[in-house]
Design a protein around this ligand. Structure first.
Ligand SMILES: [Zn+2]
Length: 382
């Protein structure tokens, strides 16, 4: 009877620990996050477009060890669903590398991996999902083909210029900016014409004649969303605290960041008020200068996958046509979860040993065996 009671208590204990580590912990983390407030100096806070931004989920698909795959997909799925449920963003932006092996998947693998992506990152009907491709989805500039781009665009068919509530977003396939494929020149020509359109939108007087024939867009400097960050020498240029030991690793142009030429081109074309990128798996804020001395801030969003870091996070952003505010929301650390499981196992071990000790028959030389066992059985029933 006592043994059954101990087994029952242990089962209940382990179910509670698993429930905490696999469900509750995500609510606990996301409940600490809040949408930032948008306001002009001295004004009341105003409403804006609420966007959740994440990057580099690197879904393994059929590759990798099944335990690794299962664990990471569960963590990302639970985190994302909890965040979308509690925070109710209007739009979700994912900044590339949705898949880990997308660039060399055959058609069947691609469809399987994309359906996993849609299961993990499913959004309610009132939340829009917008993604940009990463090098793991369509390949680096030398691997990029029109077929791979078309395959991606057939699933995520977004125009390169999106306007929501007066805010302009430019979606850039950054790998195409440094390539010389036909799809790359098409992409660059498209971006060039979008930059003309955006420049026309901000000219309020004496609009140039060619602007008159263009579809009007909100008169607001754009926000660029892309996978590769603009060129920076290393993460040592990041503003604020960055104690990562990777901060002095020197970046290679066209692999770790865009080339210097492509970076300059984007700044000249768009004069963005903000750039959001991924790829490095680490967060960074860097301000790129321009000729007028006005800076273009860029925020690199860290990886959303625990495979790539102990403390994944995502951004909460509120945008209006002239302002924006960002805040970072941190998810549970892998080391915390491991610590909770190890502590629970230790506690369960100590508890079991204590229960076993109290149930053990005590043999004394002054009593017969039969007598002693009868007494112990009586104790254990209680
Ligand atoms: Zn990447």
């Amino acid at each position: 009877m006592k043994v059954l009671k101990v087994v029952g208590l242990l089962t209940l204990f382990f179910i509670s620990v698993i429930f905490y580590c696999e469900w509750i912990i995500y609510y606990q983390a996301v409940l600490r996050c809040h949408w930032p407030k948008l306001k002009h100096a001295g004004d009341e806070a105003t409403d804006g477009l609420r966007a959740l931004i994440l990057s580099d989920p690197h879904i393994l698909g059929n590759s990798g060890h099944w335990m690794d795959r299962l664990r990471r997909e569960w963590q990302m799925g639970r985190s994302f669903q909890t965040a979308v449920f509690l925070l109710e963003p209007e739009v979700v932006f994912i900044l590339g590398d949705l898949l880990h092996h997308g660039y060399h998947d055959n058609q069947q693998q691609w469809q399987h991996d994309i359906s996993r992506f849609h299961q993990i990152f499913r959004c309610p009907g009132n939340t829009e999902l917008i993604v940009v491709p990463g090098n793991h989805d369509v390949g680096y500039y030398y691997q990029l083909t029109a077929e791979k781009l078309q395959r991606f665009q057939s699933v995520f068919n977004h125009s390169a210029l999106i306007s929501r509530r007066g805010v302009n977003f430019v979606l850039v396939t950054s790998m195409a900016l440094d390539g010389d494929c036909s799809a790359c020149s098409e992409q660059q020509a498209n971006l060039n014409s979008i930059s003309l359109l955006l420049n026309c939108s901000t000219q309020t007087r004496r609009r140039r004649s060619f602007c008159r024939h263009m579809t009007p867009v909100p008169p607001s400097a754009p926000i660029i969303l892309q996978h590769f960050p603009l060129y920076r020498h290393s993460d040592s240029v990041c503003v604020g605290q960055n104690s990562s030991h990777h901060r002095h690793l020197v970046f290679r142009e066209r692999y770790d960041t865009l080339s210097q030429d492509a970076s300059q081109k984007l700044l000249w074309w768009f004069k963005p008020r903000l750039l959001l990128s991924g790829h490095t798996h680490r967060s960074c804020l860097v301000v790129h200068g321009n000729r007028e001395g006005k800076g273009h801030p860029e925020v690199s969003v860290p990886s959303f996958n625990w495979r790539n870091r102990n403390d994944p996070s995502f951004l909460l952003a509120v945008f209006s046509s002239s302002l924006y505010q960002l805040s970072e929301c941190f998810l549970p650390e892998e080391s915390t979860v491991i610590w909770v499981y190890c502590s629970a196992a230790l506690l369960a071990g100590i508890g079991t040993a204590a229960a076993y000790t109290t149930c053990m028959p005590t043999h004394t030389h002054t009593h017969t065996h039969t007598h002693t066992h009868r007494n112990d059985d009586a104790q254990c029933v209680n």
